[in-house]
Design a protein around this ligand. Structure first.
Ligand SMILES: Cc1cc2nc3c(=O)[nH]c(=O)nc-3n(C[C@H](O)[C@H](O)[C@H](O)COP(=O)(O)OP(=O)(O)OC[C@H]3O[C@@H](n4cnc5c(N)ncnc54)[C@H](O)[C@@H]3O)c2cc1C
Length: 283
């Protein structure tokens, strides 16, 4: 019989993003579960050697950092998200330090290197093991908290439920683990010949008839919003997904909130697909 667990927040993945989300949710008072495919240490984040950027130089500022990211994206990035990223970067560094990450210092400050696309020196490092140090610090913080880590339990199913989500994971011995959670931070699942990625929120959801036009260019769910948005984001997501032989869909969650799902074929399935570039059609 499947083991059943329940959490306020379920985090999928033990990379830097999953661990940071899990630690933050736990510190905010949520009951947090974290499932991951392999060992808790297994992730790409731990392999990152280059470093992490934040504006600390005397000649630098979050605004200059945002400008560099904006230019590097050839002015295609979401400017409001870029400004959040660069504005919060210094605090994120301090937050990581509170979790034991010791960035390399020199002359009384951080040692800052310059990296591609940056007009100022703003790359912080922990020697040449930055990713390892960040994940080790966050992993220690989570495993010593009230949160529950479940390694070797890949997510294989995720369904919306009345009060959130029901996630199904497969233990190494083949047993199923069924987890009920109010929120799932990151989701990935195998679906047919491919992998489905879902991102959800707890906002007002999409208007009733929006799904049919969601991927049309310049189509916006909320025409009245005042903070910008060209209506191109979902169209670009759809274009890239289809170019890789996949498909995208939007829907509302039972009980509130929006879900955007992308299905992408695995390598074997992709090999069967007709020239993916041809699927771009007239766009
Ligand atoms: C060699 C290398 C060097 C890099 N250097 C840098 C650098 O210097 N600076 C920089 O900013 N970026 C660098 N990057 C990129 C950076 O590492 C990634 O952008 C970042 O780690 C992504 O973090 P993440 O938490 O989203 O994903 P990951 O760290 O990849 O974590 C994903 C997690 O999800 C788990 N998972 C996957 N599928 C499932 C499933 N079905 N069920 C449960 N769990 C699942 C995995 O096991 C893993 O724990 C580098 C990447 C590599 C590979």
């Amino acid at each position: 019989m499947a083991e059943r667990l329940s959490f306020d927040v379920l985090v999928v993945g033990s990379g830097a993003s999953g661990l940071a989300a899990a630690v933050s949710a736990e510190r905010a008072g949520a009951r947090v579960g974290l499932v991951t495919k392999g060992a808790l240490q297994s992730c790409n984040s731990a392999k990152a050697q280059g470093g992490i950027q934040a504006a600390f130089g005397d000649d630098d500022s979050p605004e200059q950092h945002a400008e560099d990211v904006w230019q590097s994206s050839h002015e295609t990035a979401d400017r409001s998200l870029v400004e959040i990223l660069t504005g919060e970067a210094p605090d994120a560094i301090h937050w990581l330090e509170e979790h034991g990450v010791e960035f390399t210092r020199e002359n009384g400050g951080y040692r800052l290197a310059r990296c591609g696309g940056a007009t100022r020196k703003r790359l912080l490092q922990v020697g040449d093991r930055t990713g390892h140090a960040i994940t080790a610090g966050l992993r220690d913080a989570f495993t010593s908290s009230s949160g529950e880590a479940m390694p070797n339990s890949p997510l294989v199913g995720l369904e919306p439920a009345e009060n959130g989500w029901v996630a199904t994971c497969k233990r190494k011995n083949g047993d199923e683990l069924v987890i009920e959670a109010g929120a799932v931070v990151l989701a990935a699942r195998v679906e047919g010949d491919g992998v489905e990625l879902s991102v959800s929120d707890e906002g007002p959801g999409f208007p009733p008839d929006f799904a049919e036009q969601a991927f049309d260019r310049f189509s916006r769910a909320d025409e009245a919003r005042s903070h910008g948005g060209s209506g191109l984001g979902l169209a670009i997501v759809d274009l890239i997904t289809r170019a890789h032989g996949g498909r995208a869909e939007v829907r509302n969650r039972e009980g509130g909130g929006a879900v955007v799902s992308l299905w992408l074929p695995t390598v074997a399935a992709e090999a069967k697909a007709v020239n993916p570039a041809a699927k771009l059609g007239a766009t």
